[in-house]
Ligand binder design. Structure first.
Ligand SMILES: [Zn+2]
Length: 279
């Protein structure tokens, strides 16, 4: 009899999902974090569910994410093309313009190197021994790394400005990186650390701010409760509009087609789908 007390019921997830005639295998991983997320990777749907969630919570997080991911795959926004750069392309990053200049070089090893030349040229040297597709892939990766490094100070400065103006929470450092389909930022309250998605560097400043505000508030309140939203709206009364914009345009950021995004923010907010926050 006593055993029943300890018997845990595990959530049940489907192992595949058909969307538009394509079958996507589903993989569910458990994480120590407190938020759930999902993304499309290599033709699979990858879910992360907090280990601590109850069975009911886990199943409801899963089905809500599955609905969103299905919708985004159908309208194309969920298919994240990798960040790619081309010779002579101009990237607009947080009010700066960087021109890409690609050069082939006879490196002794097959490699790619990116560096800042002057104030706004990113010089990318690619090994002539590499196939063109590999040159492009490695160049994009090197540019991404360089831009993240160059902009980190500005991003941290922006976080500090917002924090000092509205909150004075314990913020220590930021990082720029991980791409994730349903989340734009994450934070580690114990270390005062905030991580922002690389694509936000290409977003209008107030859109990036909305993610910063969200993560800053998580340094103080971990759940999305009333107190949390009060803090968010204190700094940004029109928070929802920014996140709607991000939901709608986010996956095109850093894709070249949306270089000048400043005007887009004034467009009427998308009517459908108000699930702007990560779950
Ligand atoms: Zn959140």
């Amino acid at each position: 009899m006593q055993l029943q007390i300890f018997r845990k019921t595990f959530p049940v997830f489907p192992d595949q999902k058909e969307i538009n005639g394509i079958v996507y295998p589903i993989a569910v991983h458990y994480s120590d974090g407190r938020t759930a997320s999902a993304r499309v990777r290599g033709g699979s749907l990858i879910f992360r569910i907090p280990r601590k969630a109850s069975r009911t919570q886990a199943e409801s997080m899963f089905s809500s994410l599955l609905r969103r991911i299905e919708r985004s795959v159908i309208d194309g926004s969920g298919i994240q093309r990798p960040f790619t750069v081309h010779d002579n392309e101009v990237l607009q990053v947080m009010g700066n313009e960087f021109r890409i200049a690609m050069r082939e070089k006879d490196f002794s090893v097959k490699r790619v190197h990116a560096r800042l030349s002057g104030s706004n040229t990113i010089l990318v040297s690619v090994s002539s021994g590499l196939p063109v597709s590999e040159q492009a892939r490695m160049a994009s990766k090197a540019v991404k790394r360089l831009i993240s490094k160059i902009m980190l100070n500005a991003v941290e400065g922006r976080i500090r400005d917002i924090n000092n103006t509205y909150y004075n929470f314990d913020f220590s450092t930021a990082s720029i990186g991980r791409i994730n389909m349903t989340r734009w930022g994450s934070c580690s309250p114990s270390r005062g650390r905030i991580n922002l998605d690389f694509r936000l560097l290409f977003a209008p400043p107030d859109v990036m701010d909305s993610v910063i505000v969200h993560e800053l508030c998580h340094l103080k309140v971990s759940r999305h409760n009333r107190r949390f939203w009060e803090l968010v709206y204190r700094a940004m009364p029109d928070y929802k509009e920014k996140r709607k914009w991000l939901n709608k345009n986010g996956n095109a950021l850093g894709q070249g087609s949306l270089h000048s995004t400043e005007h887009a923010i004034s467009a009427a907010p998308q009517q459908s789908g108000d699930a702007v926050d990560e779950i």
